[in-house]
Design a protein around this ligand. Sequence first.
Ligand code: KMH
Ligand code: ZN
Length: 274
Amino acid sequence: MEKLIITGAISGAEVTKEQNPNVPYTIEEIGREAEFAYKAGASIIHLHIREDDGTPTQNKERFRACIEEIKKKCSDIIIQPSTGGAVGMANEERLQPIYLEPPPEIATLDCGTMNFGGDEIFVNTEKTIIYFAEEMNKRGIKYELECFDKGMIDMVIRLHNEGYIKDPMHFNFMLGVIGGINASVRDLNFLVNSIPENSTFSVGAVGRHEFPMVTLSIIMGGHARVGFEDNIYISKGVLAKSNGELVEKIVRISKELGREIATPSEARKILGIS
Ligand code: KMH
Ligand code: ZN
């Protein structure tokens, strides 16, 4: 089996310091949490950024400052900005990090509209997905295809057939978000069996589902995403001290299962990022 790519989803847009005081908001805190995740074994940082007070933002200059801070500490890490941002943001705001120079190597591409965690709607119409994909194609940015439900995979396959979404495709299945697909063995199996054979996938899952579902992904030949964006606990009722602690746990599990961890340069090869 190929080596395991671990993504540290270190910050998110929704999780707060009230829930776990170690959630990073400031540029320095983002850099520190990225470094903890990197030293523990993450080769990708999935990056959302905040104002100092925790408000989610997609501000390009703030992204630039955060990326510089991360690169100072982890020079070879792959930084994957979010183009999902926070629910309610306008498309142009969400796209800001892809207009950076140099462009990011990879960014997320959310593949469908859904209810998001209760009363909110995360809007990604077909036209939006095509627009985001084309903007990324123009800049040579690889996308991580964020699928929160099976219908989003079907959307990807259709847009791939129409030439908007390019090979090689890399999916991330986000499980257990209220409004999306459940975090269950049956449903993960369904998703994995629904993607084209030559594609790669990673798995993230919210809250208590994170470690069981990511472990299943390791066994199934997929990759791993952990971090405060999805889960703030290291074990039942115990807050994680850092994203590094979450990454360390998945590294331990993976090694016990006989699967080695990819470095950033190995992750680039697996994902087809030159
Ligand atoms: N914050 C969520 C509404 C992404 O990063 O592309 C969307 C999200 C997906 O986190
Ligand atoms: Zn995200």
